[in-house]
Ligand binder design. Structure first.
Ligand code: OGA
Ligand code: NI
Length: 359
């Protein structure tokens, strides 16, 4: 049974970060038996590709693009270093994010909403009006681009929030645009292909707050999912917890110390016509330390029509693997259910259709 939609005062009371006594893992946070078993079979990630972003501006650009191609094709993720976002700014962003979740709940309760149409909001779990099991996480998210259209809606408290976040999202956008050019090139597309394919574009920043969890083997910070946007760039603090799936096995991503974790998301899978796959990932909890991560979800504006690039379709033996859709349609489907790995399935051209076309 799904929980009902709550107003901001009732909803804010459900935030994990509003609890003043010790938290306990109630049954509504329990994962399935199968997920619980999977928590015990984790391998360390030993081969994380590191991309030096400065190389994209120098004589070894072609090699760096080739490295990106391999990481996107084989893994769906990589880390970036020399990315142009200063250590100072990264530290300040984590610090103000922590302050946001540690201030008295009254100071963030007015931003609570479980309606995904509200683009600046605080919430808990993933999508409480559609979930019968909850994830051990609170979050703040807000749109960032164009900044002047959205900054008004960002939190006023802590008082330094807007200034630090403004500097941060500007630096992240520059990093993302550089990566999108290199990724376009790695697919044999014009440099500006992907950023153009995203229409007016959408940059959403999220602060995930995972409190310490008394029973990390009963629940998940976030269950297995793929991100609905195009490319995700994540800053982690020094507490690990992110896990990625490769060859049907879960791997622990180590904490990255000054680097960003980048992963392929659903729209890039569509635009590349399946050449690059959206990364399946999840977050585990731990009993001693609160964890903060700051993903930036970069993707299309809601009115943008997304479809596979025609040159990618031409290269594929089955032609187009996905129908054309607006990103708004995709997001409505994404939020019509609990957190899953299969949102893209709805937009696949099924094999029978392909065979029909061939006949
Ligand atoms: C997400 C996500 C990863 C993390 O918010 O979609 O996957 O490390 N976060 O918190
Ligand atoms: Ni994610």
């Amino acid at each position: 049974m799904a929980l009902v939609s709550l107003n901001s005062t009732e909803g804010a009371a459900n935030l994990l970060s509003s609890s003043t006594d010790g938290l306990s893992v109630l049954p509504k946070y329990f994962v399935s038996d199968e997920e619980r078993k999977s928590l015990h079979h984790i391998s360390p990630l030993t081969d994380l590709t590191s991309i030096d972003l400065q190389e994209l501006d120098g004589p070894s650009r072609a090699q760096a693009v080739e490295k990106i191609r391999k990481a996107c094709k084989n893994d769906g993720f990589f880390e970036v270093v020399n990315h142009g976002v200063s250590d100072k700014l990264m530290d300040e962003m984590i610090k103000v994010a922590e302050e946001f979740f540690q201030m008295p709940v009254e100071d963030r309760a007015h931003l609570y909403s479980d309606d995904y149409h509200k683009r600046t909001r605080v919430s808990t779990s993933f999508n409480v009006s559609k979930e019968d099991k909850l994830h051990w996480r609170d979050y703040l998210r807000h749109p960032c681009y164009p900044m002047e259209d959205h900054i008004e809606s960002w939190p006023n408290k802590p008082s330094s929030y807007k200034k630090i976040a403004a500097e941060y999202v500007t630096a992240i956008r520059a990093l993302v645009l550089k990566l999108l050019e290199a990724i376009s090139e790695s697919l044999g597309l014009e440099k500006d292909y992907i950023s153009n394919a995203l229409g007016k574009q959408n940059q959403t920043m999220q602060i995930n707050y995972y409190p310490p969890c008394p029973n990390p083997d009963l629940t998940l910070g976030l269950g297995a999912h793929t991100d609905p946007n195009c490319l995700t760039v994540v800053q982690h603090d020094d507490v690990s917890g992110l896990q990625i799936m490769k060859d049907n096995k879960w791997f622990d991503v180590p904490s990255l110390h000054g680097a960003f974790f980048v992963n392929i998301a659903d729209q890039l899978q569509v635009i590349s016509n399946g050449e690059y796959k959206s990364l399946v990932h999840r977050v585990v909890t731990n009993s001693t330390k609160r964890r903060i991560s700051i993903p930036t979800f970069y993707g299309p504006s809601l009115d943008t029509i997304i479809k596979p690039a025609s040159s990618m379709v031409a290269l594929h033996p089955h032609g187009a693997l996905y129908t054309a859709f607006t990103y708004g349609q995709f997001i409505d489907h994404f939020y019509s259910q609990r957190l899953v790995t299969t949102t893209l399935k709805r937009f696949e051209i099924s094999c029978s259709e392909i065979e029909y076309k061939v006949v």
